[in-house]
Design a protein around this ligand. Structure first.
Ligand code: AMP
Ligand code: MG
Length: 268
């Protein structure tokens, strides 16, 4: 049976129920894979043009994953088919002193897409209930209430014309080991290697627990989570592209009508 990616709101997420290695009955070189990717990309491009022209709705794509989970690769791959004028990528790092002087959503709200735009978050406000929780950067009573605050924030966005797509790119701990080793082997990947990633890796189980709570507590009808089996990059890219395409199709952006009658206009 196909492994569904959309998590039904109200279900308690147990990551053990999901297989990060899942890839259906497909293999990387199946012509079907290339065809599906191509079809999604072509359609996405056309829909984005309409979204941009319409300028009534926006799309926010949230990417969360463990280190090496494929956030950068997904962005590179999925965004390459879009018109850069209508896209915006925001990467959330360790907060600056200025950011820490505000509420945790301040820096996030500033990066949300304007009408007509697609914004992609490379990490997001979810770090504030993930890394922050695992490293006890704030007391429990502070991060506990963030689930509700996040739900209210996301509701504000969806009620004002922004669709939210949240992807958890789920890799296994073994796959992360391979990817970290690959970064060590390949000089062109050294810049991506961070000794801090090894420390985070030791906290894998705590992170999975924090992810399960975020995926359970912040999974609303308005802004549901998708758990993407991400051990295989080609499968991850295909599923993410198809999900974005289906969402844009569902948003159904329309070419705007002009209020002037253009039928008599002659360009001389
Ligand atoms: P990278 O995505 O590899 O460039 O790393 C960014 C780092 O910033 C990761 O280790 C994140 O966990 C960390 N980070 C992002 N947001 C926060 C936050 N709100 N509080 C603390 N650390 C964060
Ligand atoms: Mg990193």
């Amino acid at each position: 049976m196909a492994q569904p990616t959309l998590v039904k709101p109200g279900t308690k997420v147990k990551l053990a129920d999901y297989d990060p290695d899942y890839h259906g009955s497909l293999s990387k070189r199946d012509p079907e894979v290339a065809q599906r990717l191509e079809a999604a990309a072509t359609s996405m491009y056309k829909l984005q043009q309409r979204l941009y022209a319409e300028s009534e709705q926006a799309l926010l794509i949230v990417l969360q994953a463990m280190d090496t989970g494929g956030k950068d690769g997904t962005i590179r791959h999925v965004m390459s088919g879009l018109n850069p004028q209508g896209c915006h990528v925001a990467s959330f790092k360790v907060p600056t002193t200025q950011e820490l002087a505000h509420d945790f959503l301040w820096r996030v709200h500033r990066q949300t897409p304007r009408k007509g735009q697609i914004a992609v978050f490379n990490r997001s406000h979810y770090e504030d209930v993930l890394v922050v929780r695992v490293h006890k950067l704030v007391p429990k009573k502070v991060w506990r209430r963030r689930y509700r605050q996040i739900n209210e924030f996301e509701r504000l966005l969806t009620e004002t014309g922004t669709r939210i797509l949240k992807f958890f790119l789920y890799i296994s701990k073994d796959e992360q080991k391979e990817r970290l080793e690959a970064r060590l082997r390949d000089p062109s990947k050294h810049w991506k290697f961070s000794v801090a990633d090894l420390k985070e890796r030791k906290l894998w189980d705590q992170y999975m627990e924090a992810y399960e709570d975020a995926l359970t507590n912040c999974n609303t009808e308005a802004a549901p989570w998708h758990i993407i089996p991400a051990n295989r990059k080609w499968y991850r890219n295909m599923v993410v592209a198809e999900t974005i395409e289906a969402t844009l199709r569902d948003m159904d952006p329309q070419w705007p009508e002009t209020d002037v009658d253009l039928s008599d206009i002659v360009v001389e």
